[in-house]
Design a protein around this ligand. Structure first.
Ligand SMILES: [Cu+2]
Length: 324
């Protein structure tokens, strides 16, 4: 049986599983992918996954979608007869976002060798205690005035962006990592690297140019934007030349995930699968992550391009793409 799971919530990511049943992912955003057996997948707002399930026992199963912040859940029932119900699985703990936030600053380091216990052994308290204001108490006597100024403007930038100043670190893509708070040792979780198309998509041209956009925000003032500019502050659309091939690079400077959605054209996610990279209309970009996609601008017109979390889009993380 094929189930199509669509996150139409506009508000939250969900972790989806069916306790007692394996799922085999066969399509992403409506586009066929080579089968990936999983126990669970994270679904961003507007993403779609098709999964195959083969329930064989005469019992009900709960299709369980737990919101990423663990504030709630949605459930459905898969059963041979009406009126049957399965248990709702035990709710999981809210994820500790502290480590993820740190990885924004520690990007480029290989975390894969760190054991979970090793991470617990690290003192988070000290990191949180690293209030930039405290740096004033440091002895700067060895620094020149310009060095001091540089440092202060760097701190200001970090404050303004909520975290990562542009150019501070080279953020990388983390297609092999599941969502925050998900332990891949416990169950097989879908990651973007798993997604592989069946045949290469038709446009094999190398991109003629690269377009880089930062996902930016200020959590204290609740502002969200691309490249530090809210939609109300930009002067015009992003222009794509009709039929050009380009590479879109999204760099997430914030501590939140953003499901970035392009209307009208596919984004071929450069997830390391060579000619078989998958195509999607919505890309989840993790905190501190860099994601790139190839686009063929084959659809003339004006298209919305935005974060699909409604409250981020409304706050300004929205642009118009003009193909002409
Ligand atoms: Cu967003």
């Amino acid at each position: 049986m094929r189930l199509r799971v669509i996150n139409g919530s506009a508000m939250s990511y969900f972790d989806v599983r069916i306790p007692g049943l394996k799922m085999t992912v066969v399509a992403a955003d409506g586009q066929p992918v080579q089968p990936v057996p999983v126990d669970e997948f994270l679904i961003g707002v507007a993403e779609t996954y098709d999964v195959l399930v083969s329930p064989e026992d005469d019992q009900a199963y709960t299709i369980f979608a737990e919101s990423m912040d663990r504030s709630g859940y949605a459930r459905a029932t898969l059963a041979p007869r009406e009126g049957m119900q399965a248990k709702i699985p035990e709710r999981r703990q809210i994820a500790d976002r502290g480590m993820e936030a740190m990885s924004v600053h520690m990007d480029g380091m290989d975390h894969s060798n760190m054991s979970a216990s090793g991470m617990e052994g690290m003192d988070h308290g000290n990191m949180e205690g690293m209030d930039h204001g405290d740096m004033k108490g440091m002895d700067h006597s060895g620094m020149s005035d310009s060095e001091m100024q540089g440092m202060e403007s760097e701190q200001a930038k970090i404050r303004e962006n909520g975290m990562l100043a542009a150019g501070e670190a080279q953020p990388g893509s983390r297609f092999g990592q599941p969502g925050i708070g998900i332990d891949p040792d416990e169950r097989r979780v879908l990651v973007y690297r798993d997604l592989k198309s069946f045949t290469p998509w038709p446009d094999r041209r190398e991109p003629g140019r690269e377009l880089e956009l930062h996902l930016t925000g200020n959590m204290e003032r609740y502002m969200w934007s691309f490249d530090g500019k809210k939609f109300s502050e930009v002067s015009g659309p992003i222009h794509f030349e009709k039929n050009e091939r380009l590479r879109l690079i999204l760099i997430n400077d914030t501590m939140m995930e953003h499901p970035v959605h392009l209307h009208g054209m596919w984004m071929e996610l450069e997830n390391g699968q060579g000619e078989l990279i998958p195509r999607k209309h919505t890309l989840n970009v993790k905190p501190g992550e860099r994601v790139s996609a190839l686009i063929t601008a084959d659809a003339e017109g004006s298209w919305a391009f935005h974060c699909h979390l409604l409250y981020h889009m409304d706050a300004g993380m929205f642009r118009v793409v003009q193909v002409s």
